[in-house]
Design a protein around this ligand. Structure first.
Ligand code: ADP
Length: 497
């Protein structure tokens, strides 16, 4: 039978099997709760509105936080044959304008705190919007869209040049969600309460909302600018069992818990990725009774592509999940062995790896080059050494910025740290560390260098030439350390032109 792996097939489950399940959403107006049935009815009404406004089969932009209204668009737009283009709420308005024009969106749906004015028809999430949706007749027929059509689109964060648009097809969303549900991956079940903290405006919150709805899990959406306190309150109030977000989110949460003498129960699992979680963080989470799953992925692989659940080797990024293949190559593209020693570029291919960018003519060959430098263990688990562009080349040898960062962060007085290259006449490049100390303690550069030496892990020439202290580290719009800005800041601090 030809059966389209499309969002209609997920929506069928939402409506027919799990009508009584709940979706909790923290909004600007407070907590909103409804059932999957109420949600499905709203999706049908919203589809009707889209039809009336001539938006069937069109590209539609959303600039929104993780809420039920955003989730309704996640279904209504693709169900009606269009593509929902999720725009990063932290983009500068000019960047929003660029990606919306570039992608060719025909309307904009956004939260009310978003600072952006569009000349396109704009719908702002408020009570009037809710009434507008509610007053529509629910659509009765949902078309059976070809699974290879686009469903959701997201632009890369543009840390390396102009952002590039990546489109996820119905098929890739379906297969990726299914893959996330497998027991050796996230293993989400209908008994779970899932909270995606990772933003719905970036890589569809790693497809966790789709996977959760596919299996009838209760979904908790943390809404606009959630702080550690908000997240802990939601976990406790709605009995969240699996929460998903970047390491920085959990660093803040653990800090808050220690300050306020609170715990994390009944949370069981934190899925983290986007950057390597510091070992100290994983240890702390364990003390709070929470297991860490470490995921690796990128915009171009629809987020999670490899996963590691092994406590003992938690710094590894793990094994490819079903639907994706990996290979290790050198700079000429020659295959390297999986011996846990050879260092090369990770290349991937699979059911949810992007074929091409929306704004580029060229298409990747058989394998997609990730730009990540990794080792692969004989059992197929990967270990990211660095990003190609962040490696520090000192005297012709490579220094991994990630290794040094993690070592510095394992020092008890350090809250956050990053290591970047600065130009050096003699060595080409040298590492400089930028450190945020924990509140209420004193720490010196010498102390940190002594600590690094005491680990007995790094050759002398790996040790940072300088350690600079700052109050906070700049983050990208997706919560990662913004090395581009940090490099500029370091250059300024060191008085280099
Ligand atoms: P951007 O490239 O704009 O930062 P992405 O979200 O696509 O946005 O980032 C993907 C990159 O993030 C990967 O190529 C990799 O370098 C890094 N990354 C993702 N997950 C991990 C992880 N678990 N450990 C280390 N690095 C990671």
């Amino acid at each position: 039978m030809d059966y389209n792996l499309n969002l209609r097939a997920i929506f069928w489950r939402v409506e027919k099997l799990y009508g009584d399940r709940e979706i909790v959403s923290r909004t600007h107006e407070g907590i909103h709760k409804y059932t999957y049935s109420d949600f499905a009815l709203r999706v049908r009404k919203l589809s009707s509105l889209l039809k009336e406004k001539g938006l069937v089969g069109e590209k539609v932009a959303s600039i929104a936080w993780n809420t039920h209204r955003h989730l309704e668009l996640y279904f209504a737009v693709p169900l009606m044959g269009g593509i929902l283009h999720t725009v990063n709420v932290r983009f500068h308005p000019s960047e929003m304008e660029y990606v919306i024009k570039d992608f060719g969106d025909k309307a904009v749906f956004m939260d009310k705190d978003i600072d952006y004015k569009s000349d396109l028809p704009t719908y702002i999430f408020d009570e009037k919007y809710d009434e507008e949706v509610n007053s529509r007749e629910p659509i009765s027929n949902i078309p059976d869209i070809d699974e290879r059509e686009g469903a959701i689109a997201c632009f890369t964060s543009g840390t390396t040049g102009r952002p590039k648009g990546v489109v996820y097809s119905h098929r890739s969303v379906f297969i990726h969600s299914l893959s996330l549900l497998t027991a050796d991956a996230l293993g989400i079940s209908s008994n779970d309460v899932v909270m995606p903290v990772v933003p719905m405006f970036h890589i569809s919150a790693w497809d966790v909302p789709f996977a959760s709805l596919m299996t009838g899990a209760k979904l908790v959406l943390p809404g606009p600018r959630p702080k550690a306190e908000d997240l802990v309150n939601l976990i406790k109030e709605y009995k969240v069992t699996i929460a998903v977000g970047a390491p920085t989110v959990w660093i803040d949460v653990v800090n808050y818990l220690e300050r306020e003498k609170k715990d994390l129960s009944p949370l069981k699992v934190v899925v983290t990725g986007g950057a390597e979680p510091p070992v100290g963080l994983v240890k702390k989470l364990k003390e709070f009774g929470v297991k860490t799953y470490h995921a690796w992925g990128m915009t171009e692989t629809e987020a999670i592509a490899t996963l590691n659940k092994n406590d003992e080797r938690i710094s590894e990024q793990g094994y490819p999940i079903p639907g994706v293949e990996i290979s290790l190559v050198d700079l000429e593209g020659k295959e390297l062995p999986w011996d846990g020693k050879s260092v090369g570029e990770l290349v991937v291919r699979g059911a949810f790896v992007t074929k091409r960018y929306s704004n580029a003519q060229t298409q990747s060959e058989k394998w997609f080059r990730t730009g990540d430098v990794v080792k692969v263990n004989p059992d197929g688990s990967i270990k990211v050494v660095d990003r190609l562009k962040d490696l520090i080349k000192s005297g012709g040898e490579w220094i991994s910025s990630i290794d040094l960062e993690n070592a510095i962060m394992s020092y008890e007085k350090v809250l956050e740290a990053t290591v970047v290259a600065v130009k050096d006449e003699r060595w080409g490049e040298r590492p400089v560390a930028v450190v945020v100390k924990k509140p209420g303690v004193e720490v010196t550069a010498e102390e940190i260098i002594e600590y690094l030496k005491s680990l007995n892990r790094f050759p002398k020439w790996w040790l940072p030439d300088k350690i600079l202290f700052v109050d906070s580290l700049p983050k990208t719009s997706t919560g990662k350390l913004d090395k581009k800005v940090i490099r500029e800041k370091v250059r300024e601090m060191l008085g280099n032109p």
